[in-house]
Design a protein around this ligand. Structure first.
Ligand code: ATR
Length: 275
């Protein structure tokens, strides 16, 4: 019997860890899955998706820069995908409709709460950035009922727009938007969702946002300590995490949606760190 075909689509795509993660999941669960990486031309993401499903493909992960286009292309969206405005998982539902979900936010929340034992409920949370990555995770963060979520961004208007968009879903959570220079009190949790470190940059934050109990989570993943986490450690942060756990958790949630089986994530995260 042939394996069921899955893939991640992006541009560029050669750096993607998703084929490795999903092949480890398939091995672990004994599922007959083949998972490849596809680089879609920038001008024809829709054609790439169509061809893949016409060839009998079962499901796609979508990464930069196509997550918003995938949202638009979908015929059906889950509630969390609808709000996120961008999706990372596509499949056909039992009526053959192209269905979209976003598993990034639940991946982040699961990594924070289940893997690292961090309590979001009642926490004062500072989120850095207001792009697609942050928009994708705000809904699931708010569902955990933190005391407050402060969105800080270089372009404050974009943070304000996100705060307004998510305010109706915030039910009791104090959600607000500021520039980077404004926060100066320690937060319980600081999540870096900017792409600043891709340019070797740091958001210009006051170190006073870091207290002795502040937890730092950089959504970026790198083999070395990320630029942001190094800054946080240099300024007294006790616990810093990078996004490798989120990467594996969002993949596990996609795998569960497609296959009905949830793989164990801890051995896969460990394997990635040792690869
Ligand atoms: P992504 O999909 O990774 O979120 P994006 O939508 O382009 O990508 O958003 C990038 C985020 O990182 C934005 O919040 C951006 O700030 P602006 O909205 O002001 O552009 C932030 N960012 C990128 N480079 C940055 C830098 N050098 N310093 C601070 N913030 C930066």
């Amino acid at each position: 019997m042939n394996n069921d075909l899955y893939a991640v689509v992006g541009h560029p795509i050669s750096h993607s860890k998703s084929p490795r993660i999903h092949s480890l999941f398939a091995q672990q669960t004994g599922q007959a899955v083949e998972y490849t990486a596809i680089q879609a031309p920038l001008e024809d993401f829709a054609g790439t998706v169509r061809d893949f499903f016409q060839r009998g493909g079962k499901g796609l992960n979508v990464t930069v820069p196509f997550k918003e286009q995938a949202w638009q292309l979908a015929e059906v969206r889950t509630d969390r995908a609808e709000k996120a405005g961008a999706v990372n998982t596509l499949y056909r539902d039992n009526q053959g409709r192209l269905t979209a979900d976003n598993t990034d936010g639940c991946g982040l929340v699961r990594d924070l709460t289940s893997n690292h034992g961090i309590r979001l409920n009642g926490a004062r949370v500072l989120v850095l950035g207001a792009g697609g990555a942050v928009r994708g995770v705000l809904g699931p963060i708010l569902e955990q009922q933190p005391a407050s979520v402060t969105i800080a961004n270089r372009t404050v208007a974009k943070a304000q727009a996100l705060a307004e968009l998510f305010a109706p879903a915030a039910s009791g959570v104090d959600i607000n938007a500021v520039g980077f220079e404004q926060p100066d009190q320690p937060y319980d949790l600081i999540i870096n969702g900017t792409s600043a470190s891709l340019q070797g940059d740091l958001p210009p934050l006051s170190p006073t946002v870091i207290g002795s109990k502040t937890v730092i989570y950089d959504m970026m993943y790198s083999l070395q300590t990320t630029t942001f986490n190094q800054w946080a450690l240099d300024n007294g942060a006790g616990r810093v995490f990078d996004g490798v756990g989120m990467l594996v958790e969002q993949a596990a949630e996609s795998f569960r949606l497609w296959r009905g089986v949830r793989p164990e994530t801890a051995p896969v995260t460990e394997q990635l760190r040792n690869d």
